[in-house]
Design a binder for this molecule. Sequence first.
Ligand SMILES: Cc1cc2nc3c(=O)[nH]c(=O)nc-3n(C[C@H](O)[C@H](O)[C@H](O)COP(=O)(O)OP(=O)(O)OC[C@H]3O[C@@H](n4cnc5c(N)ncnc54)[C@H](O)[C@@H]3O)c2cc1C
Length: 400
Amino acid sequence: MAPYSEMTDEQRAICEMVRQFADEQIIPNAEHYDHEDSFPEPIVEQMKELGLFGVTIPEQYGGMGLDLTTYAMIVEELSRGWISISGIVNTHFIGSYLLMKFGTEEQRERYLPRMATGEIRAAFSLSEPEAGSDVQGIKTTAKRTADGDYEINGAKMWVTNGLLSTLVFTLVKTDTTADPPHRGMTCFICEKEPGVSENTGPYRGFNVPPKIRKLGYKGVESTELVFDGYRTPADSILGGEQAGLGRGFSQMMDALELGRVNVAARGVGIAQRALELALKYSQERRAFGKPIAQHQAIQFKLADMATQVEAARLLTHRAGRLKDAGERSDIEAGMAKLFASEAGRFCVEECFRIHGGYGYSKEYEIERLYRDAPLLLIGEGTSEIQRMVIGRKLLERHRI
Ligand SMILES: Cc1cc2nc3c(=O)[nH]c(=O)nc-3n(C[C@H](O)[C@H](O)[C@H](O)COP(=O)(O)OP(=O)(O)OC[C@H]3O[C@@H](n4cnc5c(N)ncnc54)[C@H](O)[C@@H]3O)c2cc1C
């Protein structure tokens, strides 16, 4: 009888392949790119060869056509290596989901085949300098011009892959008087030249200021975007002008549900890595005449960490499976994101404590994990916002 597995044979084969890639290519090189805060180009090139940019894109557009649950398993393995690597695929994955679910056939044919190979990459932009959690408070606008194009003005903030992407799925206000405000919000597929700070020619008015310097999550750039009279055709509205105008908020919120499963998977990956490092170090380091792993206080830490990892993984897979089955998964995605990102922070901190003074040294991998983990508490909605979403949806589902 085959041993019990949570995974199908296909999922196991892909995860083993990605784990090997993480062990051989990501983990040994992460310290270098983290230290330099430079883009890990050679790793990304290999990811293109492995087809990792097209994992969820249907085969008819050149992708692998895998489901969200399998994608989450892949993200866990990549994040176990380094969460910045999963950051490079994450917004790309959200962009391809938006195209598959809401795009016109013309938009899909235009972008998905090149996205599947990684030739072009996508970013996803909701946040602004003055609005993050409160998405309806954004100020960037798009106005229809006399010739039928749209002109975008305003500033976006914290755009992961903001410089090196070709496409930015950008939420703006097309009707600033709409009440409630979300009815006046639209998602544009904004094109630009990848790697260019001040775009010219057809992309004039789309500027990318220098990347933001961060605590961790290095290597992948996070940038502001400044739209200053940027012109884009009406057919760059996600889903086309007729179907997409005023629909941006609900489209983006749908994609965020997926994004939450994705961040949850990153939490599982970083927690798993912290557990592995703690198990290794605690059996090597000796204190009071024996390996520290033989002290009960350390064993309790390991036990709590392993339990958190397992629980976070189960919640993440469950949220993925529900979404794949077409079931409602808003609460479950929120729970997975909340629990797994907090589990990531918890496990990383426990691993850091187990390392004693060495955990504070750049010689040890845990130092990077300690700087990387807090991002997961913030991105795709903070823990406070997850609790708000879960609480509100619970009351909706159980109204008396
Ligand atoms: C490295 C990095 C990468 C990112 N990448 C992207 C990206 O690619 N695209 C993108 O669009 N955004 C991105 N973000 C932005 C991220 O989604 C926001 O930072 C996040 O949603 C929080 O928004 P904020 O920073 O404006 O905080 P605020 O909304 O100002 O919140 C500040 C604090 O107030 C709390 N708070 C806010 N409202 C409430 C409330 N009603 N009740 C209780 N507490 C509340 C929050 O939980 C938080 O603790 C990224 C952020 C980081 C740090």
